[in-house]
Ligand binder design. Structure first.
Ligand SMILES: Nc1ncnc2c1ncn2[C@@H]1O[C@H](COP(=O)(O)OP(=O)(O)OP(=O)(O)O)[C@@H](O)[C@H]1O
Length: 245
């Protein structure tokens, strides 16, 4: 059994800064700065998760349960306060769409820039360039600066670059809710194709029907901790039961 992702005892705390009144700040100063004006919030509380190569996993849970935070740790965008995350092979994903895109550059330049950030060589990008543009249906706009793209065009190009990196682990965060319907369908088909080809997949989505068709395994998060891990249908049923309560 080859592991693609191994998350061990990960904790992540965020500091929530509240706006305080001048009076509150003054009292705090006069008291010798005792206590803490900021509040701490544990977004991931001792999370451990192993994902085997070829598994398709849906991270499920209510708003604020820590799904995106966990995905960002797997992608390496965030580092944990404690614990470890190991990933095997190339990890690519759609977490903050077009995060690596530069507004003043053309679509073409961004394909090269973003492709390189995602770990492709120049030769790989050149070889896959036509296919990237074709999948994104960007056509003649490929030489236009992306700041003039519609949000859908931007998203399509970002998605296309990401899937063409042929990653070993593909991470998708709620992306499927964006874009028009035909493109959504195309993305879903592409993701299903990747899953069928044995690609490791970790998906965050509130579309329970959709994740049930794409993923085999479901992981339910609640207040930053994993409370259930099993076949996706069972975990989705439990989440629905909790939604009704
Ligand atoms: N950079 C940050 N600074 C402070 N708090 C944060 C930060 N990122 C996330 N949080 C908090 O951590 C908690 C978990 O957020 P996260 O985005 O992981 O939840 P989620 O399960 O993906 O939620 P949703 O379903 O709404 O997308 C939330 O309460 C959120 O406000």
């Amino acid at each position: 059994m080859t592991l693609a992702i191994e998350v061990k005892n990960v904790r992540k705390q965020f500091v929530l800064r509240h706006t305080r009144s001048i009076k509150e700040a003054l009292v705090w100063l006069l008291n010798g700065r005792k206590g803490d004006l900021s509040e701490k919030f544990l977004a991931l509380d001792d999370v451990s998760l192993s994902v085997k190569k070829g598994e398709t996993v849906a991270l499920l849970g209510f708003n604020g349960s820590g799904k995106s935070t966990l995905l960002k740790h797997i992608s390496g965008v965030m580092v944990p306060d404690s614990g470890t995350i190991l990933t095997r092979g190339r990890v690519a994903g759609l977490i903050e769409v077009g995060a690596g895109f530069h507004h003043d550059l053309s679509g073409r330049d961004n394909v090269f820039l973003n492709g390189a950030i995602l770990g492709m060589t120049e030769k790989e990008i050149e070889d896959r360039f036509d296919s990237i543009v074709e999948f994104a249906e960007i056509g003649q706009f490929i030489d236009t600066e992306v700041k003039f793209y519609s949000s859908g065009m931007y998203l399509r190009l970002a998605f296309s670059v990401a899937v063409h990196t042929k990653p070993d682990v593909f991470l998708v965060d709620e992306i499927l809710a964006v874009g028009d319907e035909p493109f959504q369908r195309k993305c879903i088909n592409k993701i299903k194709e990747l899953a069928a080809a044995g690609q490791t997949l970790v998906v965050v989505s509130h579309d329970l029907e959709l994740v049930s068709t794409i993923c085999d395994r479901g992981v339910l998060l609640q207040k930053g901790a994993i409370v259930l891990d099993g076949p996706v249908r069972e975990v989705v049923s439990e989440l629905r039961r909790r939604q009704r309560d």
